[in-house]
Design a protein around this ligand. Structure first.
Ligand code: EPZ
Length: 421
């Protein structure tokens, strides 16, 4: 089992290109179930979650390969049609976000059978909003033996849906189920995340008629069929935020190329309050860390355009070294403080109670053996390890590799003393 070894403190000085967004790639890969002909995805990140999704596509009967395509190295090409419409238990358990295949299978075949995705490390991850929304679109859903069996006897019929919470996954499932349908579907209180915009833009190039993406009211006018296209997946805003936090914590200055700057804006003020200097260019960002980090005071995670829950752990690792106290309120997931005990092992002073964590800045962290309990917690440990004095060894890389192409390659490009052994 491999581990990351970081020799700190390791101020950063370098530049890196931000890879494609995991949370765009996964729903866009699932959307290819809807498409006739061939799809070519560019900048599709090499992540274990992407490979798990490709395996599901192949299980469903599609061809899904990574190869050079025109001027693009390592594009992901998908073609074929669904020969099955069920996803087995072991595939669902491996990656619960496969629930987004539900809408795609229903939209293309009118049937879908998959096991309940179940919870994960950061929360119970219910799918009640997904199921109640699909029922409004004419889907009949039976739940038994841990399976969800869905059929749309009269096809998918557009309707008016109000989400009680702007769920990203539920919004995606409704878009995928209703892109090919009769009538029009309106989603009120839709998720506004950039990845929703990417999915809608992709579907529109394939022939869908979606408008309002990025706003709270999303309108999907059903069409009769959709066709594959060439598409470049947007850069990963959470990966970019992770490396900014690494620079803040470890010190130094970095440049992020291919950075999705307009989607980082909700986080910018936090980094600036901490004393970082950020200069935004067309699609790159220059970051200079302060000599001494200041506390960003209060961070509340919210649905987009609020501060993203996926950057909470990494910013907490940075705040552990800031002068003063920082209060974190995690409003999205009920168990997203698993990084705290590991950060405390590195010398951080953090107390958590329910969805609130109080971080009292310390002068230094010191290296130790730590283990990533989930994806973004792992990224937080890399952030802290770069600042800690001495050797930090990080296990649990199977989590980190779900969302970062090669975190040691990127952090080394940024000048960090890190290696995977
Ligand atoms: C997506 O998860 C992302 N995953 C998550 O990223 C991200 O943290 C999350 O959106 C919020 O931005 C992917 O895109 C693959 P939600 P998703 O549905 O769709 C509750 C990462 O680190 N809820 O917006 O599951 C739910 O319990 C991952 O890259 C219901 O109650 O997020 C949670 O508290 C982690 N019922 C909240 O809504 C439902 O039917 C947010 O969930 C659905 C959700």
């Amino acid at each position: 089992m491999s581990v990351l070894v970081i020799e700190g403190p390791s101020p950063l000085c370098g530049e890196v290109v931000i890879h494609g967004a995991k949370n765009s790639a996964l729903p866009i890969l699932a959307a290819s179930v809807l498409l006739k002909g061939e799809t070519a995805l560019k900048s599709c990140p090499k992540l274990s979650d992407v490979e798990a999704t490709a395996k599901i596509l192949r299980h469903l009967g599609f061809k899904c390969v990574r190869q050079n395509y025109r001027d693009e190295k390592n594009a992901v090409l998908i073609s074929g049609y669904p020969k099955r419409n069920e996803i087995p238990h072991y595939m669902m358990r491996k990656m619960r976000s496969s629930v987004v295949f539900l809408g795609a299978l229903l939209g293309r075949t009118g049937e879908a059978k998959l096991s309940f995705p179940g919870g994960c490390d950061i929360g119970a991850r219910p799918i009640d909003l997904h199921l109640s929304s699909l029922r409004r679109l004419g889907v009949e859903i039976n739940e038994k033996h841990g399976c969800i069996i869905c059929t749309a006897p009269k096809g998918i019929i557009g309707d008016y849906i109000t989400l009680s919470f702007p769920s990203v996954g539920a919004t995606e499932n409704i878009m995928l189920a209703s892109a090919i349908s009769k009538g029009t579907t309106v989603i009120e209180n839709a998720a506004r995340e950039p990845e929703i915009i990417d999915l809608a833009n992709f579907l529109n190039i394939c022939g869908a008629k979606i408008s309002g993406q990025g706003e709270s009211t999303l309108i999907i006018e059903g069409v009769s069929s959709l066709y594959g296209c060439e598409y470049r997946i947007m850069p990963d805003r959470i990966v970019a935020a992770t490396y900014i936090a690494c620079c803040g914590a470890a010190g130094g200055e970095i440049v992020l190329r291919n950075s999705p700057n307009q989607y980082i804006l909700p986080m910018l003020s936090v980094f600036e309050d901490a004393g970082c200097v950020l200069s935004i260019y067309k699609n790159s960002i220059y970051v200079k860390a302060p000599k001494k980090l200041l506390s960003p005071q209060m961070i509340r995670t919210m649905p987009y355009p609020g501060f993203p829950t996926d950057a909470q752990a990494q910013v907490m690792a940075m705040a552990a070294l800031a002068e003063g106290t920082t209060v974190f309120v995690e409003n999205i997931f009920e168990n997203r403080f698993q990084h705290i005990p590991e950060l405390v092992r590195l010398g951080a002073k953090i107390k958590a109670e329910g969805k609130v964590a109080i971080v009292e800045g310390v002068k230094n962290l010191s290296g130790a053996f730590v283990k990533a309990p989930d994806l973004r917690a792992g990224a937080a440990l890399v952030t802290a390890g770069l600042a800690a004095g001495g050797i930090t060894t990080i296990g649990g890389l199977e989590y980190i590799d779900r969302g970062y192409e090669s975190i040691e390659r990127d952090v080394s490009m940024l000048g960090g003393k890190i290696k995977r052994i």
